[in-house]
Ligand binder design. Structure first.
Ligand SMILES: [Zn+2]
Ligand SMILES: [Zn+2]
Length: 261
């Protein structure tokens, strides 16, 4: 059903939760400027690099480009899980600069999961766009500094990297759609129903406290296999053994703040 509400388990907090209000208040104008710059620069680089890949596209290599695209989507799903798991499980909002800029949205999202639906395109996607800027800049440099013959030797690899970056850029938008129960365009719900992007039912599993599984949020294809492999608990056991740091103590601290009226 596309019109039902999020389950009770996914709504432990909400916008009246004391922690959610405090975290939302930490969204600063400086952070907003950073997001604007990242969205503008990353989008320009995406278009520039896509143009050069199309320009150097050899139809005989379409199978390699197709395989590269599928692999890129799988890798982006894994990367989304890795970054999400690290940010949910470690670090704290109190860390200098980084905490309020990059950890804060993850904590806010667990106690007010639908806040993301009230955020605009810049706030939702700014940080993911930022991640692509270093490599997209290097790719642009490669395209302008090599001959067409030289470009043929690496264009399939760059096709892989561009698709990977594109899905990294889209990940939080896809995640926002997985929390949106009203007014989604038909093409988005179709992609969700086909599981070409993260489906709504699938992502609910992550939102059950203590938020310890189903971290992949691009397509979610890797969530079930990683869960069966016990991948995340194994990683957490290694970190606990090496550093003595337990996962998600900061997340629990924010979740336990009381609701205010
Ligand atoms: Zn999470
Ligand atoms: Zn979510």
């Amino acid at each position: 059903m596309s019109t039902d509400k999020e389950p009770a388990k996914a709504q432990k907090g909400g916008r009246n939760h004391a922690g959610a209000k405090e975290l939302a208040g930490y969204y600063s104008s400086g952070k907003r400027v950073q997001e604007y710059i990242c969205v503008t620069v990353a989008s320009s680089l995406l278009v520039f690099n896509a143009y050069h890949i199309i320009l150097n596209f050899d139809v005989e290599n379409w199978k390699w480009h197709f395989a590269a695209a599928i692999l890129a989507i799988v890798v982006s799903d894994f990367a989304s899980g890795l970054v999400h798991w690290l940010s949910d499980s470690y670090g704290s909002v109190d860390m200098p600069v980084f905490g309020k800029a990059f950890i804060r949205p993850f904590r806010e999202h667990h106690i007010d999961p639908t806040a993301v639906c009230r955020h605009d395109f810049i706030e939702v996607n700014g940080d993911n766009f930022m991640l692509t800027v270093p490599y997209f800049s290097y790719m642009a440099y490669k395209f302008i500094s090599h001959t067409p013959a030289e470009i043929q030797t690496f264009v399939v690899f760059e096709s892989f990297m561009l698709t990977l970056g594109f899905f990294v850029m889209l990940t939080n938008q896809i995640h926002k759609w997985s929390h949106t129960y009203f007014g989604l365009p038909r093409w988005v719900t179709l992609l969700q129903d086909l599981n070409l992007i993260l489906p709504r039912k699938h992502h609910r599993i992550h939102h059950v406290v203590p938020h310890e599984t189903y971290f992949c949020i691009t397509t979610g294809w890797l969530d079930y296999p990683l869960e069966k492999l016990g991948f995340w608990p194994a990683m957490e056991a290694i970190i606990l053994r090496l550093t003595g740091i337990k996962p998600r103590t900061d997340d629990m601290h924010w979740c336990k703040k009381e609701e205010i009226r």
